[in-house]
Design a protein around this ligand. Structure first.
Ligand SMILES: *Cc1c(COP(=O)(O)O)cnc(C)c1O
Length: 378
């Protein structure tokens, strides 16, 4: 079976983990955490990068930093991972579900204004597949209403919009280093801070609500409980693993570009003649080759293609189930028909195997298996 994802190692991970162990510091904020953070700051140009144990944790930190509380509203695309909504629901916010654009599958900025009320505090911008949201108009709308933009950039490290790195548009942004992401340490993430006003408090929240970071810099003579917080920082063992991957980002991206381009080149004629859509990347977006998806003409043909590929030893998967129709989403006020594009596309989308080590012969098998399939027209 060709899996949907297979974890990848560069070869240096064990070396760095061994170094972390011999350094005598394997808890959070050791030498490798600092190296990863500096590298992320250098790559993106954000004011401050803080490693977290997941993108989910980084999103929870954004909710704390923005002082989200009961009665507040946060606008979240329905077509995203649960953590983008859950992080704010945990603070008591009402989640307002936004629909997506048909082309990029990103939050539809043309319908954003209509969702904003005097209680709106934040908009979560998810760059689906690492292809940027229309940041220019989204930021203008947010600024017009004094609403914060948080970029959930779990897919988009190394992606750009109009030349500028993703993760540097919102006041805050998050990254994921989960096993399925381009650069990984199994479970991990980061908070990227672009508004320096958040830096000091973010360090406190991440250190269980204490001023421990200031203590280590010699700014206070003991550390104590000063704010809300939790334990959001990963072990330096994970940071050591992650550093090996971040260092290898150019070769990782080259491998992924090859995989993406082969899929596009070999499937575009088949797609055009069968009413199947391939990923759309606007000219002002540089994508980080996070995934390759197909949008089939119908939900039935999508399910049939997944089943067909399984018989050929290929694991293809669907993606987000609309949040507004989930059990929690319905409780939050979601209803059928609220986000029609999300409802339509999520039933028809399929992701092909995509990972750094997908070799040419395995990928050729995937392509051949797809080409054998003729979807029923819509
Ligand atoms: C993977 C992902 C997350 C969650 O990442 P974790 O690191 O597993 O918490 C959040 N948002 C999006 C868009 C993701 O793809």
């Amino acid at each position: 079976m060709i899996p949907f994802n297979r974890p990848y190692t560069t070869g240096r991970e064990f070396d760095y983990i061994r170094q972390a162990i011999s350094s005598g510091h394997i808890s959070g904020d050791g030498a490798f955490s600092r190296k990863c953070q500096s590298l992320l700051e250098e790559i993106t140009g954000c004011s401050r990068a803080l490693l977290t144990t997941s993108c989910t944790d980084a999103l929870e930190m954004t909710a704390l930093l923005l002082n989200i509380r009961p009665g507040d509203e946060v606008i979240v695309p329905s077509f995203t991972f649960v953590s983008g909504a859950n992080a704010y629901a945990l603070r008591g916010a009402k989640i307002v579900f936004a629909d997506i654009r048909r082309d990029t599958l990103n939050l539809d900025e043309t319908r954003l204004e209509a969702l904003i009320t005097p209680r709106t505090r934040a908009i979560v911008a998810v760059h689906y597949a690492g292809v940027a949201c229309a940041m220019e108009s989204m930021l203008a709308i947010a600024a017009g209403h004094s609403v914060a933009v948080v970029e959930d950039n779990a897919h988009g490290l190394l992606g750009r919009y109009r030349g500028r790195p993703l993760g540097t548009f919102g006041a805050l942004a998050t990254l994921s280093f989960h096993e399925t992401k381009n650069v990984s340490c199994g479970e991990g993430g980061a908070l990227l801070i672009n508004d320096p006003a958040f830096v000091e408090r973010a360090e406190i929240l991440r250190e269980k609500g204490t001023d421990r970071s200031r203590f280590f810099r010699g700014l206070v003579d003991k550390y104590t409980w000063v704010d809300l917080g939790s334990s959001f920082l990963p072990s330096d063992l994970l940071a050591a693993f992650l550093y090996a991957q971040l260092e290898a980002r150019d070769s990782i991206q080259a491998a992924r570009r090859r995989v993406w381009t082969v899929y596009r080149d070999r499937l575009c004629d088949w797609a055009a003649s069968h009413g199947v859509s391939l990923p759309y990347v606007p000219d002002d977006c540089e994508q980080p080759y996070h995934m390759f998806y197909l949008i089939l003409p119908t939900a039935e043909s999508r399910d049939a293609l997944i089943a067909h590929l399984k018989t050929r030893g290929v694991m293809a998967v669907f993606h987000y189930v609309p949040l507004h129709l989930s059990a929690m989403g319905l409780q939050a006020g979601g209803y059928p028909g609220q986000c029609p594009v999300t409802e339509d596309v999520s039933g028809r989308l399929l992701r092909l195997p995509f990972f750094n080590g997908l070799d040419e012969s395995d990928q050729a098998r995937v392509v051949e298996a797809v080409l054998e399939f003729s979807p029923e027209p819509r």
